[in-house]
Design a protein around this ligand. Structure first.
Ligand code: AMP
Length: 929
């Protein structure tokens, strides 16, 4: 700033006759000024030039504030054309002081200075005027005042530039900055973070021409251990921490930590408390979980060699939610324990269990197992302490005793009496034995015939043998559950020659014959001409089904094969179905010394005839001979009381056809194939026993809560007479046409191969979720179609491999159909590699069979979409079709399944019904019938 107040050494031009220094007393003090008052002389051009003013290197704009007084021209008797009341401000830049070398031509005009108020004689009206000199760039400048004939006194000249003052904004420091000029109205200024603050980018701010800061851009944040306070970063107080660079305040130390000192970036855990590696620093520290509680092992509803371990979560989780469990299995003898090894399986796994239970399988009987369950959490790794609970248990599984030596007690020419002993090591839990014998010598070309006897004692007398013949025997013990032990060694005994008497006549053994092989009756396998069964690999010992009709008194048969239950042990709870002889109930069986079990109870309605009662109980005589996972199990019968009953295991999900209809589209192919595998395994067992079912259909398969399928319905006469699907054939029998193989319909050739045909139909029913085979075609139409070599088309979404198997089951030549053994292994293979189920069978309209209502009732085409929908009982979708603009049958015929889905048909069954119907409509010309 340059201010008046003393001799300034300003240059005047002209030197003598121009500006002069004057002084004037104002309020008692003497003020200096430069003045001029040549108002009466023409052509005035008087210059007053300042000394050289150094420019601040960044100040391109300077302000010039003038205080001056201008005298009113009217105060003089001057010529108004000559007297002026303004003067001019000039400026000239230079890089160095040029001293007294003054040249007007170097100056540029900045402004004309006019007073706001002019002063009369004696008056002193001070004007203050500020002018801006822009775009300065050289080292310095001169100002000059040009008078052109005014009476003016300049009292002060203040020259200044503006700055934005040093400041702290948003934790960033910005230096004092000279404001820019008109060519740089906003000057960008870089700053730096205050101490203990950091920022990824340099903070910035703008300085306006008026010296004001605007738009600070700062991301400065206090470092860990510091928080922002009054434009500074202050250390966190004791007991507080801040772990990250952030604008947050310090937080109190979390739970289970030690108190922190000032400026803490974290709070360390108290002894015995930890943070998991994935826990953030701000998390509370957590303790180890306590041991799991209430470990129990249950074998209820578990099959042999399996148990379920379950426990409750630890009482103290240590404040964590990531609790998992690890189960260790050890086999202990006395104090010595060793790991159970690979053989024992833990499902779903032995570690990282989220659930509080595990299924253990492949356990061996009579061994002492110790299970230890440990609770773990994310902090368990930091401590050697283990939170465990153990449970010792000896798995007491009924172990069938081992049969040791077998010896001859007595013999004659036609009989042999044998006895055997049982190993002492085993507990005497066996109640039954299975004895198998055959002739040692086999006549050429003849099939070996094994005879199998199930016995309740460890002795037997066998009659009706051939004289002088060597027989081979082996015996096996069965546990009460029917689990077989291993066979004894095969031993030979021979009958005496004809006429020779027994050495020992005293033996009068009680023989319990449970079932006896006989080669006769319609239900057993056919003769050797039935190539289907007579291949050499079938010549293995088989239990063979006995037709109860071979017994003269059917009541004896039922008592041979079924155990009698006292009616007081049976409680009926609810009617669940209608059997052909009476109601079927769900109920409870509680036999003394046995656990309560859920059962199905079939009753015989009052007013029955003796024949009906025998037929009713006949089913039990058949069922009682079977023991297989996929065959419905007979619990027993009530025959000695007025109300006869058949008690079987209870199948929670009822008949398979209904179950599938109720779950249409809900099960993946894999699961459906798994169900079929079960049915095939049951059928293999039946066919191995030479039992021909004749009425295999989804309605005769029952489903339990585990979705295991079991073959049921072993009625004797009903296959022919009472089957609801049964139709009289020309030969007089009643046959369920759509499930029956052509040879069985044509000439009653019922074999396991015809059961395989029926199994193919069951496969179709399953894959089509209980759809009726051949829809609403009449039985006559079905038979005609089959004879013309048409077969059911692949159900929607049916894996190709599964449909191929169906087609094999429906080969006209029964000897070419797969056997149930083959079917089980094919299905097993498919289940082992689920990818094999990915290829979906094509729906080939050429083999399409007439579908439900593909035309109006009179056979004419449908007149409207509504009429068509009504005919397939899908009227509820009329609106969906019309909203989608599908108003003609021509449009309907263009629809693909995704179009049907898109208009809002979501239920798989409905989707299928509509899609099938459209396919049928399209293909009416090439339909079968
Ligand atoms: P059935 O006389 O064997 O055809 O039985 C008639 C109906 O009773 C079947 O369709 C099933 O719904 C039901 N039913 C029969 N046995 C059982 C069972 N063991 N468990 C559950 N439901 C059964």
């Amino acid at each position: 700033m340059v201010a008046s107040g003393a001799e300034l050494g300003w240059l005047t031009s002209p030197v003598e006759h121009g500006w002069e220094i004057g002084q004037r007393a104002v309020n008692g003090s003497l003020l200096y000024n430069y003045y001029i008052c040549n108002v009466e002389e023409r052509e005035q051009d008087n210059w007053l030039r300042t000394t050289f003013i150094q420019r601040h290197p960044t100040a391109s704009r300077v302000f010039v504030e003038l205080r001056f007084v201008v005298r009113d021209c009217n105060s003089f008797n001057a010529d108004s054309l000559i007297c002026k009341e303004t003067f001019n401000l000039y400026a000239s830049e230079a890089d160095a002081d040029i001293g007294t070398a003054f040249r007007k031509g170097l100056f540029r005009k900045v402004a004309t200075i006019a007073p706001d108020e002019i002063s009369s004689l004696g008056e002193m009206k001070m004007n203050i005027e500020t002018k801006v000199v822009e775009n300065l760039s050289r080292k310095g400048f001169y100002l000059a005042f040009q008078d052109i004939g005014a009476c003016v006194a300049i009292y002060s000249v203040r020259v200044y530039y503006k700055t934005c003052p040093a400041t702290v904004k948003s934790l960033a420091v910005f230096p004092e900055t000279v404001a820019g000029g008109e060519n740089q109205a906003l000057r960008e200024v870089a700053g730096s973070c205050v101490s203990n603050a950091v920022s990824e980018d340099q903070p910035r701010i703008y300085c306006t021409t008026d010296g004001e800061w605007v738009v600070p851009v700062s991301q400065c944040q206090c470092r860990p251990g510091f928080e922002a306070m009054n434009d500074t970063c202050q250390e966190c107080q004791s007991g507080f921490f801040k772990s990250s660079v952030s604008s947050e305040a310090c937080k109190p130390c979390p739970k289970n930590t030690q108190p922190s000192g000032p400026g803490a970036t974290s709070c360390t855990c108290k002894d015995g408390f930890y943070r998991a590696p994935e826990d953030p620093e701000i998390a509370a520290c957590s303790g180890l979980p306590s041991a799991p509680q209430d470990l129990v092992a249950s074998t209820a509803q578990m099959s042999i060699g399996r148990l379920q371990l379950s426990w409750r979560p630890p009482a103290d989780t240590g404040g964590r939610s990531d609790i998992t469990y690890a189960v260790v299995c050890e086999r202990c003898e006395g104090r010595a324990c060793q790991p159970c090894g690979e053989k024992v399986r833990l499902d779903p796994s032995n570690t990282d269990l989220k659930e509080t239970r595990v299924t253990v399988s492949e356990l061996e009987p009579h061994l002492n197992y110790t299970f230890t369950v440990e609770a773990r959490s994310g902090v368990s790794q930091f401590s050697n302490k283990r939170a465990t609970i153990s449970s010792n248990l000896t798995v007491l599984l009924p172990d069938p005793p081992k049969v040791t030596a077998m010896h001859l007690v007595d013999s004659s020419s036609t009989s042999l009496s044998l006895q055997w002993s049982v190993s002492h090591r085993s507990k005497p839990v066996a109640t039954r034995y299975e004895l198998m014998y055959r002739k040692k010598e086999i006549a050429n070309g003849k099939v070996t015939t094994y005879t199998v006897l199930v016995l309740e004692k460890n002795s037997v007398q066998i009659s009706d043998l051939s004289p002088s013949t060597v027989y081979l025997f082996k015996v096996q013990a069965l546990s009460p559950e029917g689990n077989p032990g291993s066979y004894s060694l095969e031993q030979e005994f021979s009958t005496l020659p004809q006429g020779e008497q027994s050495q020992n006549k005293s033996v009068g053994l009680l023989i319990e014959l449970f079932f006896f092989y006989r080669r006769r009756n319609s239900h057993t396998r056919q003769g050797p001409e039935d190539t289907y069964f007579s291949s050499p690999d079938q010549l293995k010992p088989l239990k063979t089904y006995v037709d109860p009709h071979t017994y003269e008194d059917p009541n004896t048969a039922v008592l041979k094969f079924a155990s009698e239950i006292h009616p007081s042990h049976v409680t009926k709870q609810k009617v669940i179905g209608a059997g052909e002889f009476g109601e079927v109930y769900r109920g409870i069986l509680k036999a003394p010394g046995r656990k309560e079990t859920a059962v199905a109870i079939k009753t015989l309605k009052p007013g029955y005839t003796e024949k009906q009662r025998q037929d009713f109980l006949g089913e039990a005589s058949i069922m009682g001979q079977f023991s297989h996972q996929n065959i419905i199990r007979l619990e027993g019968v009530v025959t000695k009381f007025k109300h006869a009953m058949i008690v079987t295991e209870y199948m929670e999900n009822g008949a398979l056809d209904k179950y599938l209809k109720d779950h249409d589209g809900e099960m993946p192919s894999f699961q459906l194939v798994g169900m079929l595998r079960g049915i095939a395994a049951g059928m293999k067992y039946l066919s191995d026993m030479s039992y021909v079912h004749r009425d295999l259909a989804a309605r005769n398969i029952l489903v339990n809560s585990n979705l295991e399928c079991k073959v049921s319905d072993f009625g004797l006469s009903r296959v022919l007479e009472d089957e609801p699907e049964g139709t009289y054939t020309t030969s007089g029998g009643k046959i369920p046409i759509r499930w029956t193989a052509p040879e069985a319909i044509a000439y009653r050739k019922f074999t396991s191969a015809s059961d395989v045909w029926s199994f193919g139909i069951v496969m179709w029913e399953v894959m089509a979720f209980g759809e009726r085979p051949y829809w609403d075609m009449s039985n006559h139409e079905v038979m005609k179609a089959i004879n013309e070599a048409f077969r059911l088309p692949a159900p929607m979404d049916c894996p190709s491999a599964v449909y191929q198997l169906m087609l094999q089951c429906w080969l006209q030549d029964r000897s070419k159909r797969p056997r149930f053994g083959d079917i089980v292994s094919i299905l097993d293979k498919l289940l082992k590699s689920p990818d094999s189920l990915k290829a979906i069978a094509d729906f080939d309209p050429r083999v399409s069979i007439r579908l439900p209502s593909t035309s109006g009732s009179d056979g004419s085409p449908f007149r409207s979409v509504a009429e068509w929908l009504e005919s397939i009982k899908m009227s509820q979708y009329s609106e969906n079709f019309s909203i989608a603009g599908i108003v003609s049958m021509e449009q309907v015929l263009q629809m693909k399944s995704e179009d049907i889905r898109n208009i809002g048909v979501r239920l798989p069954g409905h989707l299928k019904r509509i899609a099938y119907s459209i396919l049928g409509l399209k293909d009416q010309t090439s339909t079968l019938i």
